[in-house]
Ligand binder design. Structure first.
Ligand code: HXC
Ligand code: NAP
Length: 271
């Protein structure tokens, strides 16, 4: 990233699901802008490696393993982060899981697993972060997906979960607005070199087709999402709340994508 127009020196940014991909890119963006960054995710190794990378870049960083499906673990992690860096100025909630499967190929537990991670996890993170959020002034950013508003075959579980996440964003924006807490969703487009995109476009050909479908004719970069997160959290975003903001090169305008070939390949692999 070039010289940053944002300065978050001394601010505390907590990123749930921050050990890889888009969320790690957001953590890095804020860290480079001077923030103290806390992250959680399930894997202790991934958390340690992400924290080491942030520290190697000169940031104050803290991380602890926690599964967002477990409310007590989330509570403990938030308390530990607040003990370390104080009240949370920016809460980013982006832990998620995905795979391609038709509704009839989803066991009840498969559907529930994604709803538990994406939707229940987002609720746990927001609910238990609230006592630690700086009031007034905190900014909550939920990482959604276009599946929230575009009905997408082979993504029933993700569509249901992310639609819930965006509704949670809007209700919390109304309930917490009077306390000076803003709540918004970012809807990333297809972001290069991420696990999420690998699962939906697993081959060079499908990746190229995805990029070709984007009105701006390129895949996104994690920096694209980090910049929107920083804009929202900065003074420039101070009158924005309850918004669902696509950062996707226009892809959401193009309707549902056809994942049937990738879904069939994924089903063959699991058989
Ligand atoms: C059908 C599947 C499946 C598949 C798992 N399951 N994969 N069903 N097709 N491909 C079923 C399992 O059989 C099981 O049901 C249930 O789901 C839970 O699986 P587990 O492996 O036990 O769950 P867990 O270990 O908790 O792992 C969660 C996970 C996994 C979601 C299944 O893939 C994961 O950890 N993902 C995190 C990383 C990730 O997905 N990143 C991408 C985020 S992108 P049964 O009935 O057998 O018990 C994203 C999408 C946004 O969120 C859009 C992108 C453009
Ligand atoms: P990713 O690298 O797999 O990121 C998911 C993160 O969440 C990881 O750090 C993972 O770490 C963590 N996580 C997963 N399950 C968890 C749980 N139960 N508890 C705590 N942490 C958990 O994938 P990504 O593609 O960058 O996706 C990041 C976000 O962007 C997601 O919200 C996704 O829906 C959204 N998104 C992505 C794209 C895309 O193109 N990639 C497009 C639209 C939206 P652990 O494995 O250590 O838990």
């Amino acid at each position: 990233m070039n010289a940053l127009p944002f300065d978050f020196t001394g601010r505390h940014v907590f990123v749930a699901g921050g050990s890889s991909g888009i969320n790690f890119g957001i953590a890095q963006g804020f860290a480079r802008a001077g923030a103290n960054v806390s992250i959680i995710s399930r894997s202790a190794d991934k958390v340690a490696s992400a924290v080491a990378q942030l520290q190697a870049g000169g940031a104050h960083a803290f991380g602890t393993p926690a599964d967002v499906r477990q409310p007590e673990a989330v509570q403990q992690a938030l308390q530990a982060a607040a003990d370390r860096f104080g009240p949370i100025d920016v809460l980013v909630s982006g832990a998620a899981g995905n795979f391609l499967a038709s509704a009839l190929d989803l066991s009840p537990n498969a559907f529930k697993t994604v709803v538990d991670i994406d939707l229940m996890g987002s609720f746990h993170v927001a609910r238990f972060a609230h006592p630690h959020l700086r009031q007034p002034g905190a900014c909550v950013i939920q990482i959604s997906a276009s599946q929230a508003f575009t009905p997408t075959p082979f993504q029933a579980h993700v569509c249901a979960a992310k639609a819930g996440v965006d509704m949670l964003t809007q209700v919390l924006a109304m309930e917490w607005g009077p306390q000076g807490i803003r709540v918004n969703s970012i809807v990333p487009g297809p972001i290069a070199d991420t696990e999420g995109l690998k699962r939906l476009a697993p081959t060079e050909d499908t990746l190229a087709a995805m990029a070709q479908r984007v009105p701006l004719r390129r895949l996104g970069r994690t920096e694209d999402i980090a910049r929107m997160a920083m804009l929202l959290a900065s003074d420039w975003g101070s009158y924005i709340t309850g918004a669902i903001i696509p950062v996707d090169g226009g892809l959401a305008l193009t309707g549902p994508r056809d994942f049937s070939a990738a879904a069939a390949a994924s089903k063959r692999e699991r058989a």
